[in-house]
Ligand binder design. Sequence first.
Ligand code: GRF
Length: 193
Amino acid sequence: MKRKIGVLISGNGSNLQSLIDACKKPDYPAEIHVVISNKDTAYGVNRASEAGIPAHILDHTHYKSREEFDKAMHEMLERHNVEIVCLAGFMRLLSPWFIKQWQGKILNVHPSLLPEFKGSHAVRDALKAGVKETGCTVHRVIDEVDAGEIILQARVPVKVGDTEETLLERIHLQEHRIYPEALKMVIGQLAAM
Ligand code: GRF
């Protein structure tokens, strides 16, 4: 039986798309039951709708606190019987409360080889640091930003003349490959428990 996934987004949703595409395969062990965006402009919402996946916009500015917003997300995820939460370009910090509710069951993809270049400017920071190689990481989410058990990483060369845009494009290709793979691995671990 396929595991039920909820995906949280804030923007373009190219990683969401890679998960949608993977879930279409009959032998892939997951299906996306709901997509939640905190931004009404997120293109990822269209991707979900096109794939026939329920998509909800929960505007965080309409909630009094981070935890109230997270509680609304939690309810929505429960309503859709979600078992694993995938962050895919979700640009909000999660409250300790939410992380505890979903302990070990939240995954994130980050555009660097963690623990290198944590934070929201990972690609820019890698370029500035002059590294020859960077990459991307899928990790479990804990109550510390861009930390948590690393599930999979992929390396990407930094080329002469790279801009943030060209480097990010190269990183994205790898993210789209490793995120579905990492999710599959995590599901395999759940099944073995
Ligand atoms: C990705 O680069 C991911 O690493 C970071 O946010 C970006 C989201 O891109 N967390 P997209 O919305 O999936 O296209």
